[in-house]
Ligand binder design. Structure first.
Ligand SMILES: C/C(=C\COP(=O)(O)O)CCC[C@H](C)CCC[C@H](C)CCCC(C)C
Ligand code: CDP
Length: 188
């Protein structure tokens, strides 16, 4: 068990994914009303309906599991995708609701304040995470091209998030767009 807590061990990524996996189970059990956790439902839903847990929150933890297992500590793709979903998309909601008076022309439900906040905060969290991983020696990066690449990923993810999300939830489209763009610019 101690070996699993060493991030270089083969099983570490699976051990780390236990936390979002257990939350995934909580969301499914409560979303399907097999169990009732009103605190969980109220904290992660908008209307207080259990079935809401099977949408955005569930996609969120599934992306966490995927990034932990697929990318772990050796690829920048996972940490950038999580930074854009957890940091960028998260701040877009907060800033957009509060300061979003100027709406996006092609999507009146979203605002420039939300999108600009998403780009800037998602970019900064991505760079911060990459700096941390470089400092720990997990990955090696040249910073000038890395900053340019992360800015491109943040721009694409912000553009995707600004689109009307009636088709695909942005907890899927934002990390997916980040993963594809990161793979194209970083190559791994
Ligand atoms: C409320 C959540 C998603 C809804 O997003 P949206 O539809 O408003 O866009 C998040 C649900 C969180 C889940 C119940 C518990 C997550 C546990 C996870 C291991 C915590 C680590 C998060 C950290 C920021 C990486
Ligand atoms: N780019 C954005 C994103 C969200 N928002 C605001 O945040 C609210 C929730 O955004 P959303 O529907 O994308 O919710 P999440 O599922 O991303 O949290 C929107 O109804 C807007 O009021 C914004 O103004 N601009």
């Amino acid at each position: 068990m101690a070996d699993l807590q060493i991030s270089t061990s083969a099983g570490a990524r699976y051990f780390a994914s236990l936390v979002p996996s257990l939350n995934c189970l909580r969301l499914v059990l409560n979303g399907l009303s097999f169990t009732t956790d009103e605190g969980l439902t109220k904290s992660v839903s908008r209307l207080g309906k259990p079935e809401e847990l099977l949408k955005g929150p569930l996609y969120y933890v599934l992306v966490l599991i995927l990034c932990a297992i697929l990318f772990w500590r050796e690829s920048p793709i996972g940490m950038i995708s999580l930074a854009m979903m957890c940091g960028g998309d998260g701040i877009a909601d907060i800033m957009g609701r509060r300061f979003g008076s100027v709406k996006i022309p092609y999507n009146p439900e979203k605002s420039l304040a939300g999108s600009i906040s998403m780009f800037l905060f998602g970019f900064l969290v991505s760079i911060g995470m990459l700096y941390y991983f470089v400092a720990l020696g997990y990955i090696q990066l040249e910073w000038v091209p890395t900053v340019e690449r992360v800015a491109l990923v943040a721009f694409v993810a912000t553009l995707v998030e600004s689109l009307p999300n009636r088709i695909v939830d942005d907890n899927i489209s934002v990390p997916l767009a980040s993963m594809v763009t990161s793979f194209l610019v970083f190559g791994y």
